[in-house]
Design a protein around this ligand. Sequence first.
Ligand code: PXP
Length: 252
Amino acid sequence: MQRRKPLGKLRLGVNIDHVATLRNARGSAYPDPVRAAKLAETAGADGITAHLREDRRHIADDDIDRLMAALSVPLNFEMAATDEMQQIALRHKPHAVCIVPEKREERTTEGGLDVAREENRLARFIAPLRDAGCRVSLFVAADAAQIEAAARIGAAVVELHTGAYCDHHADGQFAERDAELSRLAEMSRLAHARGLEVHAGHGLTYDTVSPVAAFPEVMELNIGHFLIGESIFMGLKPAIREMRRFMDEARA
Ligand code: PXP
């Protein structure tokens, strides 16, 4: 099959949540996620992602205030679909709002949003955010029903959950990994055909980023945990630059 041309430049959104995780482990003021975000900008991040969780386990309200004031690149504000988070988003009006499912007991965002089941509620929930000028993104599994529902309720973006693909790779389950990758490719095409901008993220590493970066419809990758971990060994800027290099090579 002939390789299709990418639809545009692939952006890298750097998620700085786990700088705050480290800070909060000691209840200190450092390391500061806003400092990491500014450093990420100079390393070529096209955007910064931060998830304000209901339990504030990493990013705090004050971090969002400071990110909004300090960033020169767009903030992608990740949040659950709750009234509290909607009010915070409407106060700040970040460039993008990414709606994710949130469970108190989970270690990280485990699955995608069930847009198909919650279609009416989510339609009502995102309307004021859209009216306020935020690009609304829905974090979903590579599943046609979710993508069709996201398009119906007028989301601008779907972010495809790459967690299952990355987990299968890490566990050496290569047949399952490749099946998930095919699903992600097919669902990127479907989302694009429905007029949605396609983003992807969760669990991506230097080993897993390239095939996803090569999907022509994918316009943005959001990557955090691996980059923050890698920065311990090589520094944040080189870690981000290396990710950028993998992405650019895959895209070329
Ligand atoms: N995209 C979304 C919607 C997420 O919830 C997360 C995790 O917070 C990421 C991307 C980044 O995942 P990771 O930290 O595993 O790179």
